[in-house]
Design a protein around this ligand. Structure first.
Ligand SMILES: NC(=O)c1ccc[n+]([C@@H]2O[C@H](COP(=O)([O-])OP(=O)(O)OC[C@H]3O[C@@H](n4cnc5c(N)ncnc54)[C@H](O)[C@@H]3O)[C@@H](O)[C@H]2O)c1
Length: 449
């Protein structure tokens, strides 16, 4: 099929490359010229394992090309995925990108005189947005038979985007009349029989995405609450407590004497909190949506409140260990919200850096991905961003690990003593090998004082 993609970010470009690999002919459009130039050079404007190789293959095979003209894109395609950003502004969803993308697309469909052109919303938007905000933009300019509208949320995880796209657990297809055998079913026909196809209305499709993200965020905040309780009970290991929960056969099922370890176990680990471009913004957006409708959301409120405390907890543990933070040299290890991505949006480490700076500390930070990370306005200004871990640790009073990068796993007493003034490490992800450190050097949140 001939398909368009609007928005060449994490979701749009992954969608474009994966659909091209499924032998669809893809045209991609983005208003950011730097991004489109980069894609034309067969380079991915962000880091995602495996994606660049597939981009190269598909551009070479002419399955994928970039266009700077939306009229041409529409003329050459039967339908188009909208993958633009839906960030948070003052705690609620900012729809400016998606409204503007739909307006431009509708103008191009009108110019093309196409019939039944498929508009497929892939961006995450709160319930009712498609019907109440986007549909009126469409019906103002197009007649009913000129287009068909779908909400098809994306569930990929950064760092695992390729595998998540190519091996989905479900394809959710929301349409105005809750139709089956749709245009979107044809797009994803390779997955028929391999995953669930959930046909539903626009609003349910929108809410399914928020339910997914809220659920996984809830597991993280639940684990962190258990860690808070553990901290007050001498000798309790919250990691072991949660591992025991995972062993429950309602979670880890046993089939033919084989344990099936569930993917959700990676969310049942205490730590310094969740970040990234989805969980924090989506939980905030759905909470705000409920608030405006006078619906109480004690669980969503707690998810966010517990998460907000995690970077603060890292900072106060450090303050306690050092007996104060003013003029102390602090090393933050890990800026991305998780490994295998260069995304630093809403990273817990950024909150911690700001807190340390407020307390008068001198902060250095290192992330193995930083070389690929353009210095953006999200990064706190007064921090020294280092190109090596040695430089970041040099003369430091404490190091705090925020991201599970494999490079940090090799840290040990000897290495820290070599560079730090006061070799102390606070493990915010509970993944370092405690045995590699002298007792007085290693700390982990969630343990009794
Ligand atoms: N990042 C994820 O892991 C993930 C996963 C699932 C769903 N989502 C959702 O998918 C959507 C996109 O997320 P993302 O992380 O890819 O965002 P992103 O910010 O990385 O990319 C959005 C792209 O859209 C482009 N854009 C903005 N307005 C445009 C317009 N009018 N016309 C053309 N291009 C335009 C921007 O230049 C940018 O390249 C969001 O709604 C997000 O919540 C993201």
């Amino acid at each position: 099929m001939k398909l368009g993609i609007i928005g060449a970010g994490y979701v749009g470009l992954t969608t474009a490359i994966c659909l091209a690999s499924m032998k669809h002919k893809i045209s991609i459009f983005d208003i950011d010229n730097e991004k489109t130039k980069c894609i034309n050079r067969k380079k991915i404007p962000f880091f995602e394992p495996g994606l660049e190789e597939l981009l190269d293959v598909n551009i070479s095979k002419k399955n994928l090309h970039v266009t700077n003209d939306l009229n041409v894109l529409v003329q050459n395609t039967e339908g188009c995925f909208i993958c633009v950003g839906t960030p948070t502004k003052n705690n609620s969803i900012d729809l400016s990108q998606i409204k503007s993308a739909i307006e431009s697309l509708v103008d191009s469909i009108k110019n093309s005189e196409k019939r039944n052109y498929a508009i497929i919303i892939r961006s995450t938007i709160i319930p009712n947005t498609t019907r109440e905000v986007l549909l009126p933009i469409i019906t103002k300019k197009l007649k009913e038979q000129q287009c068909q509208l779908f909400v098809v949320p994306e569930f990929l995880r950064e760092g695992n985007a390729l595998d998540d796209f190519m091996n989905p657990d479900k394809i959710v297809i929301g349409s105005v009349q809750n139709k089956k055998n749709t245009f979107v079913d044809d797009v994803f026909k390779n997955f028929k029989g391999k995953c669930d196809f959930i046909h539903t209305n626009l609003e349910s499709a929108e809410l399914i995405k928020y339910t997914n993200n809220s659920f996984f965020s809830m597991l993280i905040s639940f684990s962190n609450e258990i860690a808070n309780i553990s901290e007050k009970i001498p000798n309790v290991d919250p990691f072991q407590v949660l591992q025991a929960l995972i062993s429950d056969k309602r979670i880890t099922t046993i089939t033919n004497n084989k344990k099936i370890i569930p993917g959700l176990n990676s969310y049942l680990i205490p730590g310094c909190g969740f970040g990234g471009s989805c969980f924090p913004k989506d939980v905030k957006a759905i909470q705000n949506f409920a608030d405006l409708k006078n619906i109480d959301t004690p669980i969503l409120n707690a998810i966010l409140a517990i998460n907000d405390e995690r970077p603060k907890k890292m900072v106060s543990l450090c303050e306690k260990i050092l007996g104060g933070l003013k003029t102390k040299k602090i090393t933050v290890l890990g800026l991305t919200f998780k490994p295998d991505t260069d995304d630093i949006r809403s990273s817990p480490s950024l909150d911690a850096i700001n807190l340390f700076l407020d307390k008068g500390s001198i902060v250095s930070a290192y992330d193995p991905m930083f070389k690929n990370q353009a210095k953006t306005s999200i990064l706190p200004n007064d921090c020294n961003y280092c190109m090596t871990i040695q430089e970041a640790l040099s003369d430091s009073d404490a190091a705090l690990v925020f991201t599970k990068w494999p490079e940090f796993k090799s840290l040990d007493s000897k290495f820290l003593k070599q560079y730090m003034k006061n070799p102390v490490v606070i493990d915010g992800r509970g993944f370092l090998d405690k045995e590699k450190f002298d007792d007085e050097m290693y700390f982990k949140i969630g343990y009794s004082e």
